[in-house]
Design a protein around this ligand. Structure first.
Ligand SMILES: *[C@@H]1O[C@H](CO)[C@@H](O)[C@H](O)[C@H]1NC(C)=O
Ligand SMILES: *[C@@H]1O[C@H](CO)[C@@H](O)[C@H](O)[C@H]1NC(C)=O
Ligand SMILES: *[C@@H]1O[C@H](CO)[C@@H](O)[C@H](O)[C@H]1NC(C)=O
Ligand SMILES: *[C@@H]1O[C@H](CO)[C@@H](O)[C@H](O)[C@H]1NC(C)=O
Ligand SMILES: *[C@@H]1O[C@H](CO)[C@@H](O)[C@H](O)[C@H]1NC(C)=O
Ligand SMILES: *[C@@H]1O[C@H](CO)[C@@H](O)[C@H](O)[C@H]1NC(C)=O
Ligand SMILES: *[C@@H]1O[C@H](CO)[C@@H](O)[C@H](O)[C@H]1NC(C)=O
Ligand SMILES: *[C@@H]1O[C@H](CO)[C@@H](O)[C@H](O)[C@H]1NC(C)=O
Ligand SMILES: *[C@@H]1O[C@H](CO)[C@@H](O)[C@H](O)[C@H]1NC(C)=O
Ligand SMILES: *[C@@H]1O[C@H](CO)[C@@H](O)[C@H](O)[C@H]1NC(C)=O
Ligand SMILES: *[C@@H]1O[C@H](CO)[C@@H](O)[C@H](O)[C@H]1NC(C)=O
Ligand SMILES: *[C@@H]1O[C@H](CO)[C@@H](O)[C@H](O)[C@H]1NC(C)=O
Length: 758
C-alpha cells in the first residue's frame, strides 16, 4: 500500500518534471525555413559562436517561437556579436515581433527590404552597433511600439511618412547618428501616434526649425533634440504637450523667448536649453513648475532679473544660468528652500548685490559659480555649513577681504576648486602671519588667484597644499622670488606666475616637480572632473564656444602641464635641469631678464607644445637638437642676442620670421637675411654647442695623446702642444679629425680677425 502510493507519487513527479519538455517539443517545433534563416544570420557573424546546433531552433538561446513554430523574438543584446548583419536573412523572419540586438558590434546597411518584410515588429532595438543606411519612406509594421536605432551611423532624412501607420508608437530614439534635414515633428500630427511618450533626436545633424506638431503629442513625456543644428524659434506649440517631463534642446541655435505658457507643463522636471540664442526674460511664473529639478539656460541671451518664483522650486538640483545678460540684485532672493540644490551657476551675468545668506542654507550645494558679475561684500563664515562644497568660483566681482575669505575657506574640507581670480583687487596676498596655524585646504586641487593686483610675496602656507595641481597667481603685483619649495608640491602641474614683479633666479628645484618628471603610473592618473566647467575670463566672452571646449573645461587633466613665469624680472640662467621636466607641455619665460645660452636640454622636453623665450638676454645659437620637439606649435625667441643659423629642415621653419626677429646675428629661413656661406658660422656654431657638451671631447683628447706617442719624437713635445689647446678642445664638438684640425687653425684666426675688427 505504502509502496504503491510511493510509486504513484514518483510517477506523477516524473510527469511533472517532463511536462515542460513535452509541451515545448510538441508546441514549439521550429519551422525549417525559420531555422535556415536563423542559420544564415548566424553565418554572417564572425564571432562568437552562437551554439545554435540542436534541431529545434525554438530552443536556441535568444529565440522564442509562437505556437505554430514561427520565430517571434530574437533577443541577443550585449553578446559581443561581431559581423556584417545580413538584412535578407532577418527579413525572412516575417513573424518577428521583438528584435533586440543592441550593444553589439554589428555593421552593415539595413536595406529597405528589412523594414518592409518585418511587418509584425513591435519592439526594435539595434542601438549601440555600427549599422548604417537610410530609413525607408514608411514603416510597414502597424504594431510597432518601440524603435531604438540610437548610437549607430544611420544617415539621411527621416520622412514624415515613416510614421504614417505607426499608430501605436510610444518610443522613438535615433540619437547619436548622422541624420540630416528636418526633425520630423509631424510624427505627432493627428491619428499618427496618440501613444508617443518618448522622442530622442539628439546628437545628429538635424537642421532648420522645429515645425509645429509636437503639441499634438498629448502623451509626450520626453522630447530631446539637443546637439543638432536647429535654428528658428523655440517651438510655441510645445506648451500644448502638457504631459512633458523633459525638454532637452541644448547645443542648437534656437532663438526667441520662453513663454509664460510653459507653466501649463506642470510635470516638467528637466528643462535643458543651454547653448542656444534664447532671449527675453525668464517666465515670471516659472517657479510654478514645482517638479523642476534640472534647469540649464547657460550660454544664451536671457535678460532681466531672476523670477523670485524660482525660489519655490524646492526640487531644483541643478540651476545653470551662466553667460547670459541677466541682472538684478540677488541679495534679496531667498534660496533657503532649495535644499536639494547641488549646482548653482550664475557666472558671467550682470548680477549685483551680495551673496545671499540664504544660499548658505542650501546644504546640498557642491558647486557655486558667481564669477564675472558685479557682486560685492565678503565671504561669511556660514559658508562652512556647506559641507559638500567642492567648487567655488566667485572671481571677477568686487568682493573684499581676501585674508578673511581664505581663513574661512581653508576649513572647507571638501573644497577642490577655488577660483577667486579678479576679485579682492588691490589687497595684500594673505601672508604666513595672517594664516597662523594653517592647516586647511587639505583637498584643494585648483587655486586661481590671479588678476587681483595682489601685493606681497608667494606665501609659504601654499607649500602645505599637498593636493594642489593647478596654481594661478598671474597678473598681480607679487614681488620676491619664486620659492624653491614650489618644486616639492607632489601633484602640481600647472603654474602661472606671469605678469608680476617676481625677481631672483629660476629655482633649480622647480625642475623636480614630481608630476612633470615621469609618466604617471596608471593607478595615479586621476581623471578628476569639476562640478562645473572652468573658464578663464576670456573664454566667458568668446562668442562661439564649442561643445568640445566646454567638455574639456570640465576636466582638470585637460589643462596643459605648464610653467608660465613670463613678464617678470627673473634673471640668471635657464637651469639646465629644466630638461628633466619631460612631461612639460608649455614653457613660457618671455619678457624677463634671463641671460646665458639657450639650454640644449630644452630639447629633452619631448612633450613641449609651447616655448616662449622672447624678450630676454639669451645668447649663443639655437641648438640643432630642438628639431626633436615634434609637438611644438608655438615658438618665439625674438628679441634676444641669439646668433648663427636657425637649424634647417626642422619644424622651426614653419614659424613666422617674427618668432626670430630682434636677434641681430641670427640668420637663415624664415628670417630674410641669409647665412654667410663660409665655415665661419659652422665653427662658431660648434663653439657654442660645446659649452654644454664638453665631456664628449675627452676621448678625442686621449686619441690625440695616443697619436702623439705614435709620432714618436713628437711624443713628448707634441702632446704638450696639444695639451695647450686642450682647453679649447674642451669646448668643441668635432665629428672627424679633419674638422678638428680645420677648427684648430681657423678658429683662432677668426677670433683674431674679430678682435681686430671690434
Ligand atoms: C557558446 O558556447 C561557448 C562554450 O560553451 C561559450 O563560450 C559561448 O559564450 C557561447 N556562445 C553564446 C553566444 O552564448
Ligand atoms: C528568404 O526567402 C526567400 C524566398 O522566400 C529565399 O529565396 C531566400 O533564400 C531566403 N533567404 C534566406 C537567407 O533564407
Ligand atoms: C534590449 O535589451 C537590453 C539588454 O537586456 C535592454 O536593456 C533593453 O531595454 C532592450 N530593449 C528594449 C527596447 O526592450
Ligand atoms: C495598439 O495597441 C492596442 C493595445 O494597447 C491594441 O489593442 C491595438 O490593436 C493596437 N493597434 C494596432 C494598430 O496595433
Ligand atoms: C536614447 O539612446 C541613448 C543611447 O544611444 C540613451 O543615452 C538615451 O537616454 C536614450 N533616450 C531616451 C529618451 O531614453
Ligand atoms: C555614440 O555612438 C557610438 C557608436 O555606437 C558609441 O560608441 C558612443 O558611445 C555613443 N555615444 C553616446 C554618448 O552614447
Ligand atoms: C546648419 O544649418 C545652417 C542653416 O540653418 C546651414 O547653413 C549649415 O550648413 C548647417 N550646418 C550643418 C553642419 O549642417
Ligand atoms: C494648443 O491647444 C489649444 C487648445 O487645446 C489650441 O487652441 C491651440 O491652438 C494650441 N496651440 C498650438 C500652438 O497648437
Ligand atoms: C494652459 O492651461 C490653462 C488652464 O489650465 C488653459 O486655459 C490654457 O488654454 C492652457 N494654455 C495652453 C497653451 O494650453
Ligand atoms: C511660492 O509658493 C507659495 C506657496 O506655494 C506662494 O504663496 C508664493 O506666492 C510663491 N512665491 C512666488 C514668488 O511665486
Ligand atoms: C551690464 O549692465 C551694464 C549697466 O549696468 C551695461 O552697460 C552692460 O552692457 C551690461 N552687461 C551685460 C553683459 O549685460
Ligand atoms: C575680514 O574677514 C575676517 C573673517 O571673516 C573678519 O574677522 C575681519 O573682521 C574682516 N576684516 C574686515 C576689514 O572686514
Amino acid at each position: 500500500m505504502l509502496v504503491q502510493a510511493y510509486n504513484l507519487m514518483a510517477h506523477d513527479f516524473l510527469l511533472f518534471l517532463l511536462f515542460p519538455y513535452i509541451i515545448s517539443t510538441n508546441i514549439h517545433a521550429c519551422k525549417q525555413t525559420e531555422r535556415s534563416s536563423l542559420l544564415s544570420f548566424a553565418l554572417t557573424l564572425s564571432s562568437p559562436p552562437l551554439n545554435w546546433t540542436s534541431i529545434d531552433c525554438c530552443r536556441w538561446k535568444g529565440i522564442t517561437c509562437d505556437q505554430d513554430g514561427w520565430v517571434t523574438s530574437l533577443l541577443l543584446p550585449s553578446k559581443w556579436l561581431k559581423g556584417g548583419i545580413s538584412p535578407s536573412s532577418l527579413a525572412n523572419l516575417t513573424h518577428l515581433t521583438h528584435l533586440n540586438l543592441s550593444h553589439n558590434s554589428l555593421y552593415g546597411s539595413l536595406e529597405t527590404q528589412f523594414f518592409l518584410s518585418l511587418n509584425q515588429l513591435e519592439i526594435l532595438d539595434l542601438s549601440f552597433n555600427h549599422l548604417f543606411g537610410e530609413l525607408p519612406l514608411s514603416l510597414q509594421s502597424i504594431n510597432i511600439r518601440t524603435i531604438d536605432l540610437s548610437s549607430n551611423h544611420f544617415f539621411g532624412a527621416i520622412s514624415s511618412s515613416f510614421f504614417q501607420q505607426a499608430s501605436n508608437l510610444t518610443s522613438f530614439n535615433v540619437s547619436n547618428n548622422t541624420f540630416t534635414a528636418y526633425v520630423p515633428s509631424s510624427i505627432c500630427l493627428k491619428h499618427s501616434s496618440p501613444f508617443l511618450r518618448l522622442l530622442d533626436f539628439s546628437s545628429n545633424v538635424f537642421s532648420g526649425n522645429l515645425a509645429p506638431g509636437l503639441g499634438k503629442c498629448s502623451k509626450l513625456q520626453v522630447f530631446r533634440a539637443g546637439h543638432n543644428n536647429l535654428s528658428g524659434l523655440f517651438p510655441e506649440d510645445i506648451y500644448n504637450a502638457t504631459k512633458l517631463e523633459e525638454i532637452a534642446l541644448p547645443l542648437n541655435s534656437l532663438h526667441g523667448a520662453i513663454s509664460d505658457k510653459i507653466v501649463n507643463l506642470t510635470n516638467l522636471a528637466i528643462l535643458d536649453l543651454f547653448f542656444n540664442h534664447l532671449g527675453g526674460k525668464l517666465p515670471l511664473n516659472l517657479g510654478k513648475l514645482s517638479k523642476l529639478n534640472f534647469v540649464t539656460f547657460d550660454f544664451n541671451n536671457l535678460e532681466g532679473a531672476l523670477p523670485p518664483s524660482l525660489m519655490n522650486c524646492t526640487n531644483l538640483v541643478e540651476l545653470r544660468l551662466g553667460s547670459n545678460n541677466l541682472e538684478g540684485d540677488i541679495s534679496m532672493l531667498d534660496f533657503s528652500r532649495l535644499s536639494q540644490l547641488t549646482k548653482l551657476d550664475l557666472r558671467a551675468n550682470n548680477f549685483t548685490g551680495t551673496v545671499p545668506r540664504s544660499l548658505y542654507l542650501c546644504r546640498s550645494l557642491k558647486a557655486i559659480g558667481l564669477s564675472k558679475n558685479h557682486l560685492e561684500g565678503q565671504i561669511e563664515t556660514e559658508i562652512l555649513s556647506l559641507k559638500s562644497l567642492s567648487f567655488l568660483s566667485i572671481g571677477f566681482n568686487r568682493f573684499t577681504n581676501l585674508t578673511g575669505a581664505m581663513k574661512i575657506l581653508m576649513s572647507c574640507r571638501s573644497l577642490h576648486a577655488l577660483l577667486l581670480s579678479g576679485s579682492f583687487v588691490g589687497e595684500g596676498m594673505p601672508s604666513n602671519d595672517d594664516m597662523v596655524d594653517f592647516h586647511g585646504f587639505q583637498n584643494l586641487r585648483v587655486l586661481s588667484l590671479g588678476y587681483c593686483d595682489l601685493t606681497g610675496q608667494i606665501p609659504v602656507w601654499l607649500s602645505k597644499l599637498k593636493n594642489l595641481e593647478f596654481l594661478q597667481l598671474g597678473f598681480s603685483q607679487i614681488t620676491g622670488p619664486i620659492p624653491s619649495w614650489l618644486g616639492t608640491l607632489p601633484r602640481l602641474f600647472y603654474i602661472s606666475l606671469s605678469h608680476n614683479q617676481i625677481s631672483g633666479e629660476f629655482p633649480k628645484q622647480l625642475c623636480r616637480l614630481p608630476r612633470l618628471l615621469y609618466e604617471p603610473i596608471a593607478s595615479q592618473v586621476d581623471k578628476y572632473e569639476f562640478e562645473l566647467p572652468v573658464f578663464d575670463q576670456y573664454e566667458f566672452e568668446l562668442p562661439v564656444f564649442d561643445w568640445i571646449t566646454i567638455q574639456r573645461r570640465q576636466k582638470l587633466f585637460s589643462f596643459p602641464a605648464m610653467i608660465d613665469v613670463s613678464n617678470n624680472n627673473i634673471s640668471g640662467y635657464i637651469p639646465a635641469e629644466i630638461g628633466q621636466l619631460q612631461l612639460l607641455q608649455e614653457l613660457d619665460l618671455h619678457s624677463n631678464n634671463f641671460s646665458g645660452v639657450f639650454p640644449d636640454q630644452i630639447s629633452n622636453l619631448k612633450n613641449l607644445e609651447v616655448l616662449n623665450l622672447f624678450m630676454n638676454h639669451l645668447f649663443g645659437i639655437i641648438p640643432l637638437s630642438l628639431a626633436n620637439l615634434n609637438f611644438l606649435r608655438e615658438f618665439n625667441v625674438s628679441y634676444n642676442n641669439l646668433e648663427g643659423p636657425i637649424p634647417t629642415g626642422t619644424q622651426l621653419q614653419s614659424f613666422d620670421a617674427s618668432a626670430f626677429e630682434g636677434n641681430l646675428k641670427l640668420c637663415g629661413a624664415p628670417l630674410p637675411n641669409k647665412c654667410r656661406p663660409n665655415k665661419d658660422m659652422d665653427a662658431d656654431n660648434k663653439n657654442n654647442k660645446d659649452e654644454g657638451n664638453g665631456h664628449h671631447q675627452l676621448p678625442w683628447f686621449y686619441i690625440f695623446i695616443v697619436l702623439g706617442f705614435i709620432v714618436g719624437f713628437w711624443g713628448v713635445c707634441g702632446s704638450l702642444v696639444i695639451k695647450k689647446t686642450w682647453r679649447y678642445a674642451y669646448f668643441q664638438f668635432i665629428d672627424n679629425l679633419q674638422d678638428r684640425l680645420y677648427v684648430m687653425i681657423t678658429v683662432p684666426l677668426n677670433k683674431m680677425k674679430r678682435r681686430l675688427r671690434g
